[in-house]
Design a protein around this ligand. Structure first.
Ligand SMILES: [Zn+2]
Length: 336
């Protein structure tokens, strides 16, 4: 049985010695010169591609038969490492401090994560889950920094976050990564932050945390009826829900995604945080929607076209095809 102290110890261990960014490999001058000769174009050292924030240790917890399983990350890492079409740079998460967490969660909730009792039937307690959840938040904050630096970026971590409420873990989520990142952006100078959540489940935790929060807008496109049973109507002055019936034809689903995107554009965000859930895929075991890999490519392209910093965090997606769906999205995002 884990104790609070053990959980805190692991939280430290998670980060000890791993806080570094992968050094950007310098491009040899010879290659740059060749490139210049070949294209006669302006020299540039910025390679196209994608920064991926990940730490393989996020595969270290599991429950038998649980759909939110380590293989989701392992198989995606294998796919991204083996492919050649998308240049990838790999970055470890920075630690998340309490100040960032407490913008979205209560102190009691942070303490509860160390209490070895299941949160609900979907959301078990795991030894060291506080450390895992903090590392996932750290990845979101690292992604925020990269996005502000103009880099296409994706956080490939677990646990996901968008169901986590201010004072309650639920739906495989312990800390709300995206809400914490959005509030961190606001607290450090960004004036208008939009969250776009295309996970097939309603981002109820994000909605509850950002509700009526000045400078934020939340857009969720999700199947209804479906878990968690919320998101049927807009809430407050900044939370906009797009419930989609099960088995909605792809074309229609894309139309609804587009409507939400236009709504987001009208908000004129300076920064967009995307809850990227791939469980609206046609063959996902947890929902009944219809999207295909090319729809995720299109979503990536759509965000790229915004021309503002975009960070994307992995939420759900439970089919064995998850690695291909993520790669399609990242190719769209990076323009490759
Ligand atoms: Zn989901």
């Amino acid at each position: 049985m884990a104790t609070a102290a053990a959980a805190a110890g692991i939280a430290t261990e998670w980060h000890a010695g791993t806080v570094h960014c992968a050094p950007r490999r310098p491009v040899p001058a010879r290659l740059l010169a060749l490139d210049f000769l070949r294209h006669g174009a302006k020299l540039t050292t910025r390679l196209p591609g994608m920064k991926i924030i990940t730490d393989e240790r996020c595969t270290g917890y599991s429950a038998p038969g649980h759909p939110e399983r380590p293989e989701r990350i392992r198989s995606t890492l294998a796919k991204l490492r083996a492919q050649k079409e998308l240049p990838v740079s790999w970055v470890k998460p920075i630690p998340a401090d309490d100040e960032a967490l407490l913008r979205a969660h209560t102190p009691e909730h942070l303490a509860r994560l160390a209490d070895p009792v299941d949160f609900d039937a979907d959301t078990p307690f795991f030894p060291q889950i506080a450390g895992y959840a903090r590392a996932s938040v750290g990845a979101a904050l690292t992604a925020l920094a990269a996005a502000r630096n103009g880099e296409p970026v994706f956080s490939l971590m677990r646990p996901p976050g968008h169901h986590a409420m201010r004072a309650r873990a639920m739906g495989f989520c312990y800390l709300n990564n995206i809400a914490i990142a959005a509030l961190a952006a606001l607290a450090t100078g960004t004036r208008r932050v939009a969250v776009y959540d295309f996970d097939v489940h309603h981002g109820n935790g994000t909605e509850a945390i950002l509700l009526n929060q000045p400078g934020t807008a939340f857009f969720s496109i999700h199947q209804f009826p479906c878990y968690p049973g919320t998101g049927t109507r807009n809430l407050g002055n900044n939370c906009f829900n797009y419930p989609v019936p099960p088995q909605t034809p792809r074309i229609e689903y894309r139309h609804i995604l587009s409507s939400a995107f236009e709504h987001l554009q009208a908000f004129k965000p300076e920064l967009v945080a995307v809850s990227a859930g791939f469980d609206c895929y046609a063959r996902d075991p947890l929902a009944q929607e219809t999207l295909e890999a090319e729809d995720f490519y299109w979503l990536g392209q759509t965000f790229r076209s915004l021309g503002v910093p975009v960070l994307s965090l992995l939420e759900g997606g439970y089919s064995d095809d998850l690695p291909e769906l993520i790669l399609a999205y990242l190719r769209g995002l990076s323009g490759t």
